[in-house]
Design a protein around this ligand. Structure first.
Ligand code: ASP
Length: 356
């Protein structure tokens, strides 16, 4: 990663934001083989912001930019990328009033959810954004997204990880990418917006924020993390006709320490004792197993169906209405720490950062 500009005066930098550029379509430029992540982001960003009407430029906060030396398409992000980002923010945490992370949209909501757990207790904003089209493309959504992300990142009433996209501010642990082409590619299916753009104003709804809901909670401290780099957590979406041996192939693998199961509807599974036996065995071996629904909205209620009831007896934890991103990254977050299984299970069921 390139270094932040050396700011002699920390006092001064505390008035500034830090923009961290990781790659993604927003910063890509066309090459012979298609769009490729491109550098020089700081000058390109300044150039783009200069195109805003003067009245909007005047309300922009001051910022510094750092760029990762290896810019990625976000499909290449892994739990190690999430961990690196959290560390980079934590190291500069007291130097900046807020952070903007520029990220590819495809896995942006995964990174956002992971950062929310890792940076628990934030007292300032961390905003992720990206774009569906490159910054320099005609009619790109990039400038609007960058503008809004900078404005919300300067709002000290916001004290959590959030995603700003297409005029909407969403909780990081509640957002999903819901469209592969539309400009409003993200939504927050089970939690209201934290804020939104209305005309030239960027309105925050404070009572929906963690700062309001977790008043008095302990403040930020980077957790003691081990790298999760070997596929320790799997995500398995049920399909009609899934066989027990197929489930077992993943759950019984010695590297697997946790699994997210995506069940039918409100928590239904086939009434197949062999499937339940595989899950119960993995859970009995100390693997952390949680379940959410395949439906983008609504909760799982595992006791609602007899078959689902068997899951609870097999030790499967309910993920309620969590997004796949929030549930998966939470499993990673818990498995990465030196916690007992009992502690991991208890924390999974507890709302840590408004994810459930
Ligand atoms: N492929 C891109 C990425 O996620 C898509 C985007 O940024 O919109 O990095």
């Amino acid at each position: 990663m390139s270094q932040a500009p050396l700011l002699a005066d920390v006092q001064q930098s505390q008035e500034r934001l830090l923009v961290i550029y990781t790659g993604g379509t927003i910063g890509m430029q066309p090459q012979a083989n298609g769009l490729t992540p491109a550098g020089e982001f700081s000058s390109r960003l300044a150039h783009a912001l200069n195109q805003l009407p003067v009245r909007l430029q005047q309300s922009l906060p001051a910022y510094d930019v750092i760029s990762y030396s290896t810019l990625i398409d976000s499909s290449a992000a892994t739990p190690l990328t999430w961990q690196q980002l959290a560390t980079d923010i934590a190291e500069r945490f007291t130097d900046y009033r807020g952070f903007v992370v520029i990220h590819g949209t495809d896995t942006l909501s995964w990174t956002a959810a992971s950062l929310a757990y890792q940076l628990q207790g934030l007292d300032r904003p961390v905003i992720l954004t990206g774009a569906m089209a490159p910054l320099e493309a005609h009619h790109s959504d990039a400038l609007d997204n960058l503008h809004g992300a900078l404005r919300f990142a300067a709002n000290s009433a916001l004290q959590e990880v959030a995603i700003y996209f297409a005029g909407r501010l969403m909780r990081g642990t509640r957002a999903i990418k819901q469209h592969s082409e539309a400009v409003d590619a993200f939504s927050s299916p089970s939690y209201p917006l934290l804020g939104e753009r209305v005309g030239d104003d960027f309105i925050l709804y404070p009572s929906r924020g963690l700062a309001y809901q977790q008043r008095g909670a302990p403040r930020f401290e980077l957790v003691d993390y081990q790298p999760v780099a070997h596929g320790e957590v799997v995500r398995i979406t049920l399909w009609p006709g899934m066989a027990a041996w197929q489930l077992e192939a993943w759950l019984s693998h010695p590297s697997v320490k946790g699994a997210l199961l995506q069940l039918w509807g409100a928590g239904n599974v086939p009434d197949n004792p062999a499937l339940l036996a595989v899950i119960a065995k993995a859970s009995g071996e100390g693997k952390l197993i949680a379940a959410i629904s395949q439906c983008p909205q609504g909760s799982v209620h595992m006791g609602a169906y007899a078959a689902g009831h068997g899951l609870a007896n097999a030790g499967v934890l309910s993920g309620d209405d969590m997004t796949p991103e929030a549930a998966y990254t939470k499993l990673v977050h818990l498995i990465a720490q030196p916690l007992s299984l009992e502690d991991q299970r208890r924390r999974f069921l507890t709302a840590l950062v408004g994810e459930r």
